[in-house]
Ligand binder design. Sequence first.
Ligand SMILES: CC(C)(COP(=O)(O)OP(=O)(O)OC[C@H]1O[C@@H](n2cnc3c(N)ncnc32)[C@H](O)[C@@H]1OP(=O)(O)O)[C@@H](O)C(=O)NCCC(=O)NCCS
Length: 173
Amino acid sequence: MPRNKTNEGPIVIRRAAPADAEALRRLEASYSNSPWSKTAFVNDLENPRGASFVALDASGGPCAFIIGVVILDELHVHNLGTMATLRKRGIATRLLESSITQALNEGAVQAFLEVRSKNFAAIRLYEKSGFVSQLIRKKYYADDEDDALVMTKTIAPDVRKRSSTEALFSTRK
Ligand SMILES: CC(C)(COP(=O)(O)OP(=O)(O)OC[C@H]1O[C@@H](n2cnc3c(N)ncnc32)[C@H](O)[C@@H]1OP(=O)(O)O)[C@@H](O)C(=O)NCCC(=O)NCCS
């Protein structure tokens, strides 16, 4: 059996709920200079087509999360983070896989996300998970004027299915 990199400590992954919002806000504030507000978390966690998950460490507290929402037939990954002391153990990869599986069940065929061009750890994570950079939004982030990379991944096994975005692009050709 392949070695599960999270075996060092029992990490449990479950669906995230609106009641997790405050704990996730505090978790993000522990490593980010521009964390989401509680309201921002609540808004996505209340979305009936949410694909958000939380990872719980051995003590039962949240140590990582992914916030995803299915819009039409697309999964939009809005936020993802792992507690600084538990990084590089495969937790974010597992969360991404959980969100994608949930989105597939919701009928999504493609995943989208934006990431800071200087966030090499996250870009590497997404590339390793099969995401490909599609375009750059110049100076997208107001705080430091970093560019945003828009990355996508086809998640539906049936490649004949087309996402709404692709269909829109194709009619413009
Ligand atoms: C990016 C982040 C979510 C990764 O979480 P994680 O749980 O450590 O990720 P994983 O352990 O699943 O890493 C999977 C792969 O990503 C890449 N990766 C992760 N962290 C990396 C780092 N610091 N440097 C280089 N590559 C890295 C590696 O390829 C890794 O695979 P490997 O361990 O076999 O080499 C985490 O560093 C984080 O929370 N950063 C701050 C918030 C953030 O930037 N979120 C992304 C917003 S778009």
